[in-house]
Design a protein around this ligand. Structure first.
Ligand SMILES: NC(=O)n1nc(-c2ccco2)nc1N
Length: 326
């Protein structure tokens, strides 16, 4: 009856709000027992009205039954890789090529760059239609990836519905799925106890947890996600800058790292690199460098891509940590 449907909608909205507060804001707003009772009530109502289950129901977080194989997905906007830089000279060359590409003669205005962490996880593309999560695809070769929608549904920090008011018709979010260092250590401890193989590093653990045909296994792994780029956008105005895109993602309820900044010129880039380098070991997740992106999107379009990597971005890597002597 109708009051069941109204009750289901109310439970979905309230449970999703608690998930967001607990997992994204790290600020639980309800005792676990109360949450579990509401969750079970919703599961019962959904089993009575199977055709009326909401696409953003929190009950889908526990993982669907196994699938035989992963479907292929062709990315509407290719997910391309980054050029790497390792020393100061590479950063100087990058900044100089950008200024040349923007027809800025030698000592004209400095370029504004969005600087951000380079998360060491696996790249992911999330598709939202009218604000509802509908598909997730791995990067693959940049043009075609694997459909891991059922697995991504279990990642608590990824919203199943975007927060209003400026919801686009179609939005593809690019970002990194990763596992935090402490969750990685706990997973390996569980693997050891269960006599199963341990993962070599958090990146492998995240990749192994995602490429599970049984999403119920993925649901038991604490995976995280940080958005860092935009793919397809339909039915909304594209912000002027990359930093504006990330601010918008934050308002939409997508996890965006706070460790980002807009800096100017090569000095700004190197200052950011130095600051993050000093704090790298104290971050709760692994990074393998930082990423610089020309902030104005019109400038990015003007610079375009050389072969498959953008001329407007550079990954500045940290020296690989000496192999840990075990
Ligand atoms: N891995 C990572 O953290 N990435 N990767 C990009 C990227 C890849 C292609 C364009 O942008 N940006 C960041 N922060």
């Amino acid at each position: 009856p109708d009051n069941d449907l109204a009750r289901m909608a109310a439970l979905v909205e309230e449970l999703n709000r608690h998930i967001y507060n607990y997992h994204v804001l790290d600020a639980p707003t309800i005792p676990d027992a109360e949450y579990d009772r509401m969750f079970r009530e919703l599961q019962e109502l959904e089993s009575m009205h199977p055709t009326r289950v909401s696409p953003d129901t929190p009950t889908s977080r526990v993982g669907a039954a196994p699938i035989p194989e992963f479907k292929q997905v062709t990315h509407a906007v290719p997910m391309l890789s980054l050029n790497n830089g390792f020393q100061i000279e590479d950063v100087d060359n990058f900044d100089r090529r950008v200024r040349e590409g923007l027809d800025l003669h030698q000592n004209a205005r400095e370029v504004a760059y969005a600087a951000e962490l380079k998360f060491d996880g696996l790249a992911m593309s999330l598709r939202y239609e009218n604000g509802v999560f509908v598909q997730a695809a791995t990067r693959g070769d940049g043009y075609t990836g694997e459909d891991v929608t059922a697995n991504i549904r279990t990642v608590r920090v990824i919203p199943l519905r975007l927060h209003g008011p400026d919801i686009p018709d179609v939005l593809e979010v690019r970002g990194e799925v990763l596992m935090f260092k402490d969750d990685f250590a706990k997973l390996n401890a569980r693997q050891r106890e269960a006599g199963q193989k341990e993962f070599a590093n958090p990146r492998n653990a995240a990749a192994g947890s995602l490429r599970q045909l049984d999403a119920r296994i993925t649901a038991q792994r604490k995976l995280r996600f940080f958005a860092y780029g935009i793919g397809l956008l339909e039915g909304a105005e594209m912000p002027e800058s990359h930093s504006g895109v990330l601010d918008w993602f934050d308002r939409l309820g997508l996890p965006v790292s706070k460790e980002r900044a807009v800096v100017t010129g090569r000095d700004g880039l190197l200052g950011y690199y130095k600051d993050i380098g000093a704090r790298r070991d104290s971050l709760p997740y692994e990074i393998d460098g930082v990423v610089y992106k020309v902030d104005r999107l019109a400038d990015q379009r003007q610079l375009g891509f050389v072969s498959r990597a953008p001329r407007f971005a550079l990954a500045h890597k940290f020296p690989a940590e000496e192999a840990l002597t075990v």
